[in-house]
Write a protein that binds this ligand. Structure first.
Ligand code: ADP
Ligand code: ZN
Ligand code: ZN
Length: 661
């Protein structure tokens, strides 16, 4: 008789837990929630398997206290997906279910089933008052051929080529078939614009992201699973939604690192989307103006179909790019004369300028000229950034803060040097130069409140501002037709970063932020300030474009035997003592190194050696084959608990890492 349930609990624990099923609990099935005693606490868990009674063991199992769901709240298909993700990323199944379901799930909450709704309208075709370009038409025709089966398309279209219109046309064809569409975007800020775009003719659209209240998330989850929604637009966790009539997945801005979850279960929503589409035998579209190296490699291996759109709508030309050499200028010049006059020129023409700088705060380093004091975060051994607006010093790695009122915290001198610049300092300089203009700085500090970002973006579109200063939040996807000048302030740090993806992400960011310029009727311009105008990567990108640059990058990576030509898994260990972390990883290295099919690098300190008072070390495991990498790590995990002092170590595994530290 099958009377044992194996339960996943939402905790960082790699195993399932066995509980006895009470005799009267006959409805229990995999995918149901149950309430169990775990340690001394009552928690809600998920039934994964139901198995036979143990033989010959008198170990006493606890009984399940309560069955929450009469019918599985997680259907078979979604449960299979969670199990696959847990196996592929070596993440605890409970945690995967935790990130992949609304938080109300783990509180044992139920819906009253009153989410009847917005009814499906038949023959809801979009009226084509827009005449599609030839490139759009060709793209639609190509994708349409595979509307009933799996195929992965890369819609590789320059910024402003009208990719969204292609998505909409394909979505409409999928809708006519009676199927649902899932659109995944890297950031919730991109959702309102898309919602507007897709909310036509009674199309039932729902959003799904972390800014919704837990209740709203649960309600939307329920509407979607009841097929009351035609289009779901969400951030990365929406890849786990139960969508019974799923007929199409679109991953917009597929290159974006935000698809990777970097806490708990370290999954990549883009890759799961492709897996899901393959399993369900439906098409998946990856869209980008700057496709990732992994995706381009898959194109060369003929795994995906490449669709190119190389022209902007109305044949609007791509912006001109001008490089300004900052290396031969006086030290105190932060914004070049040419840039100032270019901005003046836009203001006269009633056009907008976007000033892009990837660093928040006022200045990244401050020091006392009298006693040489430099504020450092004790927990991370790194400089703290000065935020003038809030009189704060802040560690950008762990978030630690300290009050600072322009007097040295060591000798009280007020002779402080502010070295380097963040968005606040740039704002100060620009406000000083353009006294009568409307200027706004946008970063996570002033867009935290609900609806704030949307309002600011609308104000930009309504020309309320002449100059917009911002970080990477502004570089992605948005359409601001009156921006005709983009100024890129300081990218020099990223040119020399040791991180695997740094140069690729820099190239993507440059092209993406440039793409914000000249999207309306007027031609755009981009000015890049750098002290390294002769840098090889920069020159190749500027003179030959992203596609050629990517070709070179892939060739180099192939010669060096590095990702994306190889597969990586990283074991990261965090410990209060450096040696503890190192010992732990050395032990893992010993366990794995018997296997000759993988190459091992490390243990070595991560780029961020110390964070929040814990030392971080990495062990990189590399293989030509994903399957082999997976097996090696799978075999190793059960042995970890036997490593001496492993209970002192916080360890995680990152498969296909992007931005590890
Ligand atoms: P992308 O996502 O490729 O950067 P968008 O899809 O945002 O570009 O399209 C850019 C702009 O062009 C949008 O305002 C869109 O409404 C408009 N657009 C798209 N297709 C057409 C078309 N065929 N004719 C006219 N305007 C179009
Ligand atoms: Zn001092
Ligand atoms: Zn810190």
């Amino acid at each position: 008789m099958k009377n044992i349930a194996q339960i996943a609990i939402i905790k960082p624990l790699h195993n399932l837990f066995d509980y006895k099923i009470p005799a009267n609990m006959t409805n229990i099935k995999p995918g149901c929630r149950v309430c169990v005693e775990f340690g001394k606490k009552k928690v809600f868990g998920f039934v994964i398997n139901i198995i036979e009674k143990y033989n010959g063991t008198n170990y006493r199992l606890k009984e399940i206290i309560e069955l929450v769901d009469e019918e599985p709240i997680i259907d078979r298909e979604t449960l299979k997906l969670f199990i696959w993700v847990s196996n592929y990323y070596h993440a605890p199944l409970g945690q995967v279910i935790g990130v992949g379901t609304p938080s109300f799930f783990r509180l044992g909450k139920k819906l009253n089933g009153d989410s009847s709704n917005v009814q499906r309208i038949d023959n809801n075709t979009i009226s084509n008052n827009i005449s599609l370009t030839k490139e759009q038409n060709d793209a639609i025709k190509t994708i349409e051929k595979s509307i009933n089966n799996y195929k992965c398309f890369l819609l590789d279209g320059v910024t402003g080529s009208g990719k969204t219109e292609v998505y909409k046309n394909i979505q409409n064809k999928v809708y006519i078939k009676g199927s649902q569409t899932l659109i995944i975007v890297p950031e919730k800020n991109l959702i309102p614009e898309l919602l507007e775009y897709f909310k036509v003719k009674n199309m039932r659209v729902a959003e799904y992201h972390s800014s919704l209240t837990p209740k709203k998330r649960f309600i939307n989850w329920d509407l979607i699973q009841n097929c009351m929604i035609d289009i779901v637009i969400g951030t990365r966790s929406s890849v786990f939604l139960k969508i019974p009539k799923l007929g199409l997945i679109i991953v917009d801005e597929e290159h974006d690192p935000s698809f990777k979850n970097n806490t708990e279960a370290r999954y990549n929503a883009r890759d799961i989307a492709i897996f899901r589409a393959k399993n369900k035998n439906i098409p998946v579209i990856l869209g980008s103006a700057t496709p990732s190296s992994e995706t381009i490699l898959n194109i060369t291996k003929k795994k995906y179909t490449h669709i190119k759109m190389r022209n902007r709508i109305n044949n609007q030309s791509l912006p001109d790019l001008k490089v300004i050499n900052m290396s031969n200028r006086k030290k105190n010049i932060i914004i070049a004369e040419e840039v100032i006059s270019a901005i003046e020129n836009r203001i006269e023409n009633k056009e907008q300028t976007l000033v892009f700088l990837n660093r928040r705060g006022y200045s990244p380093v401050i020091t006392c000229r009298d006693c040489s004091w430099v504020p450092q975060c004790k927990e991370c051994n790194l400089n703290m950034t000065f935020h003038k607006n809030k009189d704060l010093l802040m560690c950008h790695h762990c978030g630690r803060i300290k009050k600072f009122y322009n007097n040295c915290l060591s000798c009280n001198s007020n002779d402080i040097a502010y070295i380097g610049e963040g968005t606040e300092k740039i704002e100060e300089i620009i406000k000083d130069k353009f006294v009568n203009s409307n200027i706004i700085r946008i970063d996570s500090d002033n867009t935290r409140k609900k609806g704030q970002t949307e309002k600011v973006f609308n104000d930009i579109r309504n020309n309320k501002y002449d100059i917009i200063i911002g970080t990477q939040m502004l570089s992605k996807g948005h359409n601001f037709p009156n921006i005709t000048l983009v100024v890129i302030m300081n990218i020099d740090q990223s040119l020399f970063s040791p991180r695997l993806k740094a140069i690729e992400q820099l190239a993507q960011q440059l092209i993406q932020v440039s793409g914000r310029s000249g999207r309306g009727r007027k031609k755009g311009e981009v000015i890049l300030q750098t002290s390294f105008p002769d840098n090889e990567d920069l020159n190749c990108l500027i003179n030959h474009g992203y596609e050629k640059w990517m070709e070179k990058l892939l060739l180099l990576r192939s010669n060096l035997g590095l990702p994306p030509h190889r597969h990586w898994g990283i074991v990261q260990a965090k410990a209060r003592k450096y040696l503890d972390a190192e010992n732990f990883l050395d032990n893992i290295k010993n366990l794995i190194s018997k296997n000759k099919e993988v190459k091992i690098f490390g243990p070595m300190p991560s780029a961020m050696q110390k964070k929040a008072n814990l030392y971080n070390l990495n062990l990189i495991i590399q293989s030509k084959s994903k399957a082999k990498l997976n097996n090696v790590i799978k075999d190793c995990i059960p042995c970890i608990k036997d490593i001496p002092y492993s209970n002192k170590i916080r360890w995680t595994i990152d498969i296909d890492p992007i931005d590890y530290d």
